[in-house]
Design a protein around this ligand. Sequence first.
Ligand code: CUA
Length: 319
Amino acid sequence: MADLALVPETASAAAARTDLLFLVLLAFSAAITLLVAVLITLFAIRYRAGTQRDRGPLPGPLRREVELGWTLATLFLAVIIFVWAVVQDLGYLRPPAEALEIDVLAKQWMWRVRHPAGPREINRLHLPRGRDVVLRMNSSDVIHSFYLPAFRVKQDVVPGRTTSLWFRPEKTGRFRLFCAEYCGTDHSRMTGEVVVMEPEDYARWLDARPAGDGLAARGEALFTGLGCAGCHLSDSGRRAPVLAGLAGRPVLLADGSRVIADRRYLMDAILRPRQEVAAGYAPVMPGYDGILSEGELAALIAYLQRLDGPEAVQAGDGE
Ligand code: CUA
C-alpha cells in the first residue's frame, strides 16, 4: 500500500488492512460524490429556466421502486462498511496471548520504556521483527497519547489507569513515535522512535544491556535519590541537558569547545560541573566532589552509559 503513496509508510500487516478499509471508503466516497455531481450538472442543464420539460413526479409504482432501491443500496453499503470496521477495530483491542509485554510510562514530556528483560530506554523502543508486542501504558501526570503512524495505532495514556496497545512489526527500520494528545509546553517535543530489528539483532541488543541489577541499577537509585532527574530528565532539556543517549557523544561546552562525553567527562561533569557547563545552560548544578564515594560515582556513570535515547536529545541541544 505504501507504494501507492496514498497512505503513510506501513510497517505491519494490520496497518495494510486498515489502509485497505480506508482506500475502499475513499473509493466509495469518490464514486458517490462524482455520481451526485454529474447528476446535479445534468439536471441543471436539462431543467434550466425556460425549458418545457415535464417537471411532474414519476408515476406511483416506479417512484416507490426508485426510493426503495436507493435506500436499500445505501443501507447495504453502510452495513458492509460498519461490519468491516468493527471487525478491524476488535482486532486492535485484543492483544494475542503470547505477545511480548513492555511497560511504557508517559511523563511530561518523554516516554520511558522498560523491557521485561530489564533494559530501560527513553523516547526509544527497540523491538524484534515478526513478534506481537503489547505495551502496558501509564502516565505519571496528564493524559498523553501514544501514536505510531507506521503501525496505524494510537492509544491514550491516562494517569491512574493502565491502557494497552498491541501491534506486530513486520519490517525492520526506524519508525516515528508521537504524543498525540496536547499535554503541555513541550508536547510537540514529546517524540521518539521505534527501532525494529531482526530477532537475532534484538537478542544481541538485549544482551548488550544487562538487566537492571548490579552497578547500573545502583546508579539509577542514586540518580533518583540525589534528585538529578528533576532537571536532567523531567524537563526535556530546558533547564539542563537531557542525559539519555549522551554517553559517547560530542558535547558543546559554554566556552565553545567540544568534548566527547566519555567516562572522564561524565566524571568531571558530576564532580566539578561548573567547569564543564554545556552551551546554553546556566551553571546551577552543585558539584559532588567530596560528596560521592568512588563506588557511587562509578555506579552513576554506569547508569548514564546505559541510558539509551534518541540522537536528537543531547547536551547542548536545549534552547
Ligand atoms: Cu504528551 Cu502530548
